[in-house]
Design a protein around this ligand. Structure first.
Ligand SMILES: NC(=O)c1ccc[n+]([C@@H]2O[C@H](COP(=O)([O-])OP(=O)(O)OC[C@H]3O[C@@H](n4cnc5c(N)ncnc54)[C@H](O)[C@@H]3O)[C@@H](O)[C@H]2O)c1
Length: 257
C-alpha cells in the first residue's frame, strides 16, 4: 500500500521541473500539503496550479536556496500556509561539465554554493521547525557523480559528495530530535534538462552503461524520495539510496561472459 501523507506538510525545492516536480505531484497525490519552492517561480506556480486542479493542496513561492533570508522566507511561507513542515526535500541543484584542468574556481564555487550551501541552509532552517514539532524527515539530493569518478565532474562531484558527507553528520546530530536525514543519488534521469543537453551519442553511452539499459523516469526517483520521507522509513537514517538502474553497482562494464 502506498504511504499516506495526509495532514503532513512538505517543502520541495527545485520543484518547478524535473525530479522535484514529480516529487511534489506525488506527495500531493498522497495527501500532503506541499510547498513548491524554486528560483524559477513561474514554473513552480504552473506545477502548483496543476496539483490544485487535480484536487491536491499546494502553494508555490520563489526562493534562491543560496540566500539565507530567502530560505527563511520560504520556511515562513510554508508555515503560514500549512503549518511547520515535517518533510524537507532538498532537491534543487545545479550541474556542471568541465574537465579537471579546465575547471574554473567560479564553477567550483557555484557548485558548492548551490548544492552544498543551499542544501545546508534549507536543511538547517527546516530542522529548527522540526525540532519544535518533535520530529521530521529531511531528504537531500546527491548524484552518482558524488560516488564515482565521472569525468568532467570535478566541481559537481565535490558538491554532491559533500551532500552525502553532510547528510551523515546531520543524521547523527538530528536523530535525538526524531529527525531522520537521508540522501537520494540518482543516475541518468529523463528530465527536460537532460533531454536538451544529451546528444544521441551521450544517450547511447548511458544506455550501454546502465544495466537496465535506459534512463530513469523522474517518478522512479520520486518514489524513493517519498519512501525516505514516509513513516515506513522510520529506522533508516544517514543513508543514501542510489536510483540508477544498477549503474553504480556495475562498475566498469566489461562483458567477461
Ligand atoms: N536528472 C538527472 O539525471 C540527475 C542525476 C543525478 C542527480 N540529479 C540531482 O537531482 C536533483 C534534481 O535534478 P533535475 O534533473 O530534476 O534538475 P533540473 O535541472 O531539471 O531542475 C532543477 C530545478 O532546481 C531549480 N534551482 C536551481 N538552482 C536553484 C536555486 N539556487 N534555488 C532554487 N531553485 C533552484 C531550477 O530552477 C530547476 O527548477 C538535482 O539536485 C540534481 O543534481 C539529477
Amino acid at each position: 500500500m502506498a504511504a499516506d501523507f495526509s495532514g503532513k506538510t512538505a517543502i520541495v525545492t527545485g520543484s518547478g521541473t524535473g525530479i522535484g516536480a514529480a516529487i511534489a505531484r506525488r506527495l500531493a497525490a498522497a495527501g500532503a500539503n506541499v510547498t513548491l519552492a524554486d528560483k524559477d517561480e513561474p514554473s513552480a506556480q504552473a506545477v502548483c496550479a496543476e496539483i490544485i486542479a487535480a484536487g491536491g493542496r499546494a502553494a508555490a513561492c520563489k526562493v534562491d536556496i543560496c540566500v539565507p533570508a530567502q530560505v527563511q522566507a520560504m520556511i515562513g511561507f510554508a508555515r503560514g500556509r500549512f503549518g511547520p513542515a515535517q518533510i524537507m526535500i532538498n532537491n534543487a541543484g545545479l550541474g556542471s561539465q568541465q574537465r579537471f584542468l579546465e575547471t574554473t574556481l567560479e564553477t567550483l564555487r557555484t557548485m558548492l554554493e548551490v548544492n552544498v550551501i543551499g542544501t545546508f541552509l534549507c536543511a538547517q532552517a527546516a530542522a529548527r521547525d522540526m525540532i519544535e514539532l518533535g520530529g521530521g524527515r529531511i531528504v537531500n539530493f546527491s548524484s552518482h557523480s558524488g560516488l564515482l569518478g565521472s569525468s568532467g565532474r570535478t566541481a559537481y562531484a565535490a558538491s554532491k559528495g559533500g551532500v552525502i558527507a553532510m547528510t551523515r553528520v546531520m543524521a547523527v546530530e538530528l536523530a535525538p530530535h526524531g529527525i531522520t536525514v537521508n540522501a537520494v543519488a540518482p543516475g541518468p534521469i529523463d528530465v527536460p534538462r537532460s533531454r536538451a543537453q544529451h546528444n544521441a551519442e551521450r544517450c547511447d553511452a548511458w544506455h550501454r552503461a546502465v544495466p537496465l539499459g535506459r534512463y530513469g523516469e523522474p517518478e522512479e526517483v520520486a518514489a524513493a524520495a517519498l519512501f525516505l520521507a514516509s513513516d515506513d522509513a522510520s529506522y533508516i537514517n544517514g543513508q543514501k539510496i542510489s536510483v540508477d538502474g544498477g549503474f553504480t553497482a556495475a562498475g566498469l562494464r566489461v562483458k567477461n561472459i
